[in-house]
Design a protein around this ligand. Structure first.
Ligand SMILES: Nc1nc2c(ncn2[C@@H]2O[C@H](COP(=O)(O)OP(=O)(O)O)[C@@H](O)[C@H]2O)c(=O)[nH]1
Ligand SMILES: [Mg+2]
Ligand SMILES: [Zn+2]
Length: 301
């Protein structure tokens, strides 16, 4: 009987999984029986490995997940896990070019809250002139309890703070294209990981393209998950209170409405709307709540 060890899946391509075993990264196949559920093994997963006598290595089992981000392709279909065992989400936005899309930021923050990930905001491109109104809009997030880390990938500002913040956490990077995620990763990742990144980019849409998310190892022992399509993630099957609870500044009001099943929209004596009317919570954030509530209703089963 050969020895079993544990490892962490970084990415997969063509049925081969790159598994971080601490001292080295091994390419592993999956044991036949598990293969039926192949899509159940995801970047970020901790797995049991069997080292075979011919020097190859096989994934024998999946260890329990602490967290996951998942989606369903269509209502009622099987859940697809996008990334497993991440503990924080960095919402990356730019001070300008492109101008911040606050609805998208709210979607990411809600996604983090619903999955019990801590979240913070990276505000990149601080070297560019920024719109005062947009910058004031970020104050709303600070007041709601989110940390904002200003960075400039071009100047190198804020990179050591960001690196500290990533530490030994597993962090998923979320942000629209063009805000500088790749530029930030270029400053954060060690040489070896940048090479992997370059190779998978060059392969483009080839047969052995990395599918889904990719985990990169950070020098401090942490990981960054680069996850395409996170902005397309649809929220559904949520009660109004679950959704409202994902806005930290609304949560004090939940339970205070006249109706138990208040959707916090048109109902009289709504404690959430009272917060907004009193100016204690932001109208724009409430607008995002309404938009996401409509979405959750349309997509629901
Ligand atoms: N002025 C400025 N431009 C940046 C900064 N970071 C990235 N960029 C530029 O923004 C563009 C998009 O960057 P990229 O890293 O590819 O963004 P991604 O799509 O989020 O991965 C590129 O032209 C970068 O050179 C920054 O801090 N300041
Ligand atoms: Mg990029
Ligand atoms: Zn209400």
């Amino acid at each position: 009987m050969s020895a079993q060890t544990e490892g962490r899946v970084l990415r997969s391509a063509g049925g081969v999984y790159s598994v971080d075993c601490g001292d080295r990264i091994l390419d592993c196949a999956v044991r036949g029986r598990l293969k039926l559920d192949e899509e159940q093994i995801n970047p970020g997963d901790f797995v049991l490995l069997e080292h075979l006598s011919d020097g190859s290595c096989r994934i024998e089992g999946l260890l329990p997940r602490s967290t996951k981000l998942s989606r369903r392709a269509v209502a009622g279909s099987r859940e697809q896990v996008i990334v497993a065992n991440v503990d924080q989400l960095a919402a990356v936005f730019a001070a300008g070019e492109p101008a911040p899309d606050f609805r998208l930021l709210d979607r990411f923050l809600v996604l983090a809250e619903l999955n019990e990930l801590s979240a913070f905001i990276v505000l990149n491109k601080t070297d560019l002139p920024s719109d005062d109104r947009a910058m004031r809009a970020f104050d709303v997030y600070r007041e709601a309890g989110y940390d904002i880390l200003p960075t400039s990938a071009h100047r190198g500002d804020g990179i050591s703070e960001l690196s500290r913040r990533l530490g030994d956490h597993a962090t998923v990077f979320a942000g629209p294209s063009g805000v500088g995620k790749s530029s930030l990763l270029n400053l954060l990742l060690p040489e070896q990981e940048l090479k992997v990144r370059e190779v998978s980019r060059k392969r483009g849409r080839g047969r052995h393209t990395t599918v889904g998310s990719t985990f990169y190892r950070l020098p401090g022992g942490g990981y960054v998950a680069d996850t395409p399509g996170l902005q397309l993630l649809v929220l559904w099957d949520l009660s109004p209170d679950e959704l409202a609870g994902a806005f930290p500044e609304f949560s004090s009001a939940i339970g205070g409405c006249r109706f138990n099943d208040c959707r916090h929209v048109l109902e009289p004596d709504c404690a959430v709307r009272s917060l907004i009317e009193a100016g204690s919570a932001s109208e724009a954030r409430y607008g995002s709540y309404r938009a996401l509530l409509d979405e959750a209703r349309q997509e629901g089963p």
